[in-house]
Design a protein around this ligand. Structure first.
Ligand SMILES: C[S@@+](CC[C@H](N)C(=O)[O-])C[C@H]1O[C@@H](n2cnc3c(N)ncnc32)[C@H](O)[C@@H]1O
Length: 365
């Protein structure tokens, strides 16, 4: 997974605003005072919003309008589009506050349009490009298959699982990783600032990928050393452990289903447990437990589904997991409690953060 720290650090307030923008984009039934018919109608039309924003991102309209208003005919020429069709697209976008028609067929930027700039520090553009792409749309289009079988509709559509498909299609992999990098760049600074990591001597990042979170933590907290643990090929190409922290960071390759390295006093697992069904999640946590002493701490960093009927984007992401990643799921606090208990841990506290994730702190029971 390629991760890029160049645009970090991002101020936490900015992250919160950006996450709200992302949520509003997905959960587009903001007008709660509208009659139920209109609320549901607007929600049901969400796929149309997805595709117009996708088209704006694909044509790079925000970048093209960044330096001032432009006429549709000029934009059509720059993007190789049909002028009438492009005008109709821009008119829809302006109706949802993305761009504004300032005079006849002349369009300009708006604050919402700025989130589609490619160099915006928390740009929504990679997300817009991903959710409008067939690899995202088609599994959602086949949602009935997943509902009937409990299996991943992605595999039903593409005849292979999502991650194998990405391995074979580098352009799609770049699309997915571009959004994952963005999420990581938004979340890691918030997570690094949301827990007293400096109290620890040695932090083991289990399934740490290319080291984005560990790098943020070690840079913010000069005390602890780190161990980046992931599959051998992943740690070999870990891009985020730069010279400034290399002497404090050891890389260990292996599978967390076989073992987890010992010697840490803090074990962190970000976006790991949500990838696996309970049985395998318990195996990973149990291997952490075997590596730990009774005073060590473990942090599972994942979305925690809000109880009841509360609005929560992780409920959508959970369904997304069902469609593309067999066995993957988001969990409630109660489900995490059971998972911890079955793995020989107790939860000490759940710390909500300004990112999408909460920090679930535990120790051996
Ligand atoms: C969703 S990514 C999360 C990466 C990182 N923790 C983060 O938050 O950016 C899942 C990670 O689990 C790693 N992984 C998958 N199977 C693994 C295994 N059997 N052993 C160790 N790591 C594994 C992947 O290589 C990937 O880096």
């Amino acid at each position: 997974m390629k991760q890029d720290l160049k645009s970090s650090p991002i101020p936490p307030a900015f992250v919160v605003k950006s996450m709200q923008a992302v949520q509003t984009g997905i959960l587009n039934f903001a007008n709660r005072l509208a009659p139920p018919f209109l609320q549901v109608l607007e929600a049901a039309a969400g796929t149309m919003s997805t595709q117009v924003i996708y088209a704006a991102a694909k044509l790079n309209l925000a970048d093209l309008l960044k330096n001032g208003p432009k006429r549709v005919d000029d934009l059509a020429q720059e993007t190789g589009s049909n002028p009438d069709a492009l005008y109709r697209l821009l008119r829809v976008l302006a109706s949802i506050k993305i761009f504004r028609e300032s005079s006849d067929r002349l369009f300009e930027m708006t604050p919402a349009a700025e989130t589609l700039l490619s160099d915006h520090p928390a740009s929504v553009r990679p997300f817009a490009l991903l959710v409008g792409d067939p690899i995202w749309r088609e599994p959602w289009g086949d949602i009935m298959y997943s509902l009937k079988t409990g299996e991943d509709s992605f595999k039903h559509v593409y005849e292979m699982n999502f991650f194998d498909y990405l391995d074979e299609h580098k352009d799609k992999s770049a699309l997915f990783n571009s959004w994952m990098t963005r999420v990581s760049n938004m979340n890691c600074p918030v997570i690094a600032a949301s827990y007293p990591f400096s109290r620890f001597k040695r932090i083991v990042d289990v399934g740490g990928g290319h080291g984005s979170l560990l790098a943020h933590i070690l840079k913010k907290h000069p005390g602890p050393d780190g161990v980046l643990f992931d599959l051998p090929a992943v740690v070999e190409s870990a891009t985020e452990i730069d010279e400034s922290i290399a002497s404090r960071c050891e890389k260990t390759g292996g599978s967390f289903f076989d073992f987890v390295p010992g010697g840490g006093d803090l074990y962190i697992l970000q976006q790991i447990i949500h990838d696996w069904e309970d049985e395998l999640a318990i195996k990973i946590l149990s291997n952490c437990r075997d590596a730990m002493t009774k005073d060590d701490k473990i942090l599972v960093i994942d979305a925690v589904i809000k109880p009841g009927n509360q609005r929560d984007m992780s409920k959508f992401i959970d369904l997304q997991m069902l469609l593309i990643n067999k066995g993957g799921r988001e969990r409630t606090a109660k489900e995490f409690k059971e998972l911890f208990q079955k793995s020989g841990f107790q939860i000490l506290k759940i710390i909500p953060t300004a990112s999408m994730f909460s920090i679930i702190e535990g120790r051996k029971s």
